[in-house]
Design a protein around this ligand. Structure first.
Ligand code: PLP
Length: 389
């Protein structure tokens, strides 16, 4: 049975973690793995989440099955955070809890395939390396257009325009709602406005991936673009992750929301989402989403979570400023948002950074700015200069 299988390359990030852990040099910097780190290099459980978990431990009196929709209180409480307190999408939403943002993307892809087999998804390059494999695994077709130019660290808007012009009505366009992974480069407001108008005029379906809300400019600010696009179009999908902004990574907390044209189509879509979830994972893991629900139910925990999010965002943006201050050639890092920036470098240069300087980033030059600790900026800049990056 298994003879025909071809060995798959190991996950590049796992190799990076291994190399970092086995590096015995006293001073080393991990800019590779995509998790938030505090000034001591830790990724702690948020206090608001701990408090919610304590409440959950004390009050949960059953672990009986919930259903393929997961925790409906979780998706309901998330709705105003993502779509706004007074959004006008009521009645057109079909939402379901998923195992992380990855599960939301995959379920959305399965839904698109069920609705129209072979649907084409347009991706800007570069993008999160998992996007294309997820969509392909569900049977969708991929078409790529340029998104950003790493040499100039700017959006290639002509490339984006050309990509959208090639798209046919009914095609899907994947958009990062904020904090683009891997570049940290987000569209400007005028660019978002043009994209929203083009999507609407050409009947393209946005699939918004919102995995870092609150880690860019703030909870409301980071949802601005998503809301603008959803105001403009009839149909859309939003894949949401709570794994970064609630620090819940391994607990796998996400949601997929489909915006349909009307209540009837939303209701039919909801039954399809439930059926697709049923044959994928039956129902999502409960714990993390239950903890998020408890946070969002209680004003004291919401305030605690928001304050912790402010600290995380403040540290990320202070690290960005420190790198920009240390080298005028890295000034662009200050204006980028989220955990990542993508420096233009070769694989050999990234290997030299780890081999000679104990500074670890991905082979494609993506750095996690939250991996820096206070005082690291000088060493990072010196290593980048030494290696000609
Ligand atoms: N989308 C983007 C852009 C991401 O960067 C990530 C995680 O790195 C995800 C989705 C998936 O997040 P999760 O860990 O919740 O599956």
């Amino acid at each position: 049975m298994f003879e025909a299988l071809v060995a798959q390359p190991p996950d590049a990030l796992l190799g990076l973690i291994k190399a970092y852990n086995s590096d015995s040099r006293a001073k080393k910097v991990d800019l590779g793995v995509g998790v938030y780190r505090d000034a001591d290099g830790n990724t702690p459980v948020l206090k608001a989440v701990k408090a919610a978990e304590t409440i959950l431990l004390e009050t949960q009196d059953s672990k009986k099955y919930l259903g393929p929709e997961g925790d409906i209180g979780f998706t309901t409480r998330l709705e105003p955070i993502v779509f706004g307190a007074r959004h006008r999408l009521a009645g057109r939403l079909a939402a379901l809890q998923t195992p992380g943002g990855t599960g939301a993307l995959r379920l959305g892809a399965e839904l698109l395939h069920a609705a129209r087999p072979g649907t084409k998804v347009h991706l800007g390059a570069p993008t999160w390396p998992n996007h294309a494999p997820i969509f392909r695994a569900a049977g969708l077709a991929i078409e790529t257009h340029p998104f950003a130019d790493l040499a100039t660290q700017a959006v290639d808007f002509d490339g984006v325009r050309a990509g959208l012009a090639r798209a046919a009505p009914g095609d899907v366009v994947l958009l990062h709602g904020c904090c683009h992974n891997p570049t940290g480069i987000d569209f400007s407001r005028t660019q978002w406005e043009e994209i929203a108008a083009t999507l609407a005029a050409r009947k393209l379906v946005p699939f918004i991936d919102l995995a870092y809300q609150g880690l860019g400019d703030g909870l409301e600010e980071d949802a601005w673009a998503t809301r603008l696009v959803l105001d403009a179009v009839d149909e859309a999908l939003v894949a949401y992750s709570c794994d970064k902004n609630f620090g819940l990574y391994r607990d796998r907390v996400g949601a997929l929301t489909v915006i349909a044209r009307d209540a009837r189509e939303a209701a039919t879509t909801a039954t399809n989402l439930a059926a697709l979830a049923r044959v994928a994972w039956s129902m999502p893991p409960d714990h993390g989403a239950a903890a998020v629900r408890i946070v969002l139910e209680r004003p004291d925990l919401v305030a605690m979570w928001r304050a912790e999010l402010d600290v995380m965002r403040g540290r990320i943006n202070a690290n960005r400023a420190a790198l920009a201050d240390a080298d005028p050639g890295l000034a662009f890092i200050r204006d980028q948002r989220g955990l990542f920036s993508n420096l233009a470098m070769t694989k050999a240069q990234s290997q030299a950074l780890s081999g000679r300087h104990a500074i670890y980033c991905t082979g494609s030059g993506r750095i996690n700015v939250a991996g820096m600790q206070p005082g690291d900026a000088g060493a990072i800049v010196a290593a980048l200069r030494a290696e000609g990056c």
